[in-house]
Design a protein around this ligand. Sequence first.
Ligand SMILES: Cc1cc2nc3c(=O)[nH]c(=O)nc-3n(C[C@H](O)[C@H](O)[C@H](O)COP(=O)(O)OP(=O)(O)OC[C@H]3O[C@@H](n4cnc5c(N)ncnc54)[C@H](O)[C@@H]3O)c2cc1C
Length: 460
Amino acid sequence: MAFGKSILGDLKAIVGEANVLTSAADLAAYSYDGSSSWQSIPGAVVFPSKVEHIAATLELLNRHGTPVTVRGAGTCLSGGPISPPGGVVLCMTRMNRIVELDREDFTVKVEPGVVLHDLNRELAKHRLFFPPDPQSFLAATIGGCVAEGAGGPYAVKYGVFKHYLLGMTVVLASGAILELGGNTMKNVTGYDLPQLICGSEGTLAVIAQVTLRLLPLPEARCTVLAIFNDVRQAGKAVHRIRASGVVPAKIELMDNWMLRRIEELSPLGLPLDAAAILLFEMDGSAASVAPETQEVIRLCQEAGAIQARASEDAKDAERLWGARRAAFSAVFGSAPTVFAEDVTVPVSKIPDLIDRIAEIRKRYDVSIVLVGHAGDGNLHPSVLTDKSNAEHCGRAEKAVHEIFVAALALGGAISGEHGIGLEKRKFLKHAMQPQAIDLLRQIKSVFDPKGILNPGKIWE
Ligand SMILES: Cc1cc2nc3c(=O)[nH]c(=O)nc-3n(C[C@H](O)[C@H](O)[C@H](O)COP(=O)(O)OP(=O)(O)OC[C@H]3O[C@@H](n4cnc5c(N)ncnc54)[C@H](O)[C@@H]3O)c2cc1C
């Protein structure tokens, strides 16, 4: 799809010539995201710098029926920010101001292009903390995280993005600017529209500003590394610790393939012969962290860990968490195509999910690597393949399908945090009733009657 020169001229008049990209090289740079299966060249990339720019851009594109796909940092793992060919990418990275930090009421208002890490660096200066921590936090934007309903290791104790969302400014496809929610922890005024926008993957509205709830920075933290000879045993340990009443802030799992690959890329002294490791973080007051750390070590040993130890110091802890953050890069660099999945199950079912994945790996004879936020039941089994090898890729796709079937059979979901996007559209019908999918479509058409916002995502 191509759009006329007059639309391009109007876009430049709205945001300024320097804020519209159209060269082939620039368009190619905005044609993909963090997944490895999808690419499509947009017709233009537009950078708004204020809400009025977004409103005027959407009003224009809606009038012409031109597709528009919002983009943050493009770290999405489900194809979400990829525009249909020739559409407009509305890239929010130049709207990156922290608008107002309210230390009295523990809230912050931010523009959507603020990078999560930048927010937490600023908050730390005031002894404040925003817990949700997708492991892409060095690049991911707040707008992208709200739109994906993102979460990370801290979900075990602190929850995910939606639990911190108080209010937002959004722009509808028509160009109308709406204020939703507010500044208070409690608010039951009509339907909870901010929660509807959260996780809507850019299909309902453009998020132009967000008000988030904050917490005081914990006084102390300690990391525990536990090594297991058996992945299932590590999964059982997670459930045992959760059931014990101790609440670690994070519980992450990595399997042997992942440990070896991370060591190969950047040696960190990880235990190469371990079948799996668990990484825990305990946080809180200094008086509570020390005994909880000892309790987690004891529970891991009781659950069969061959070794469990506390981090020596902050540097040692950062080395271990750095390895965890490297996990996706390690996976993506190791095969031409990676289906990085994102299933979630009740925590007690983690050992069963691990067993099912082992069976599926054997049945389809494909490499499936395991990493994930085991403490909240969210595993990322990544299936390694190559799109150019149809026979292998066919087996890999069947394996992915079986992983979804297994997660659903165990009472889980096909996405814990990466969203449906393009990647999981064809599986939606297995995870939701037809009436519920129809309701989604109706909601979409109320917000965006011409269907210009991020078309082609979530359902086929
Ligand atoms: C190495 C790596 C690790 C990751 N780890 C995690 C993890 O632990 N947890 C997790 O949840 N995810 C994780 N992700 C996935 C990804 O980082 C998250 O989905 C993140 O929220 C995307 O943010 P972004 O700014 O890159 O958004 P993008 O990728 O640019 O966009 C994501 C979606 O949000 C929409 N969108 C973006 N901005 C707006 C806006 N202002 N208004 C409306 N819609 C908008 C887009 O249209 C798209 O559908 C990881 C990705 C990578 C590459």
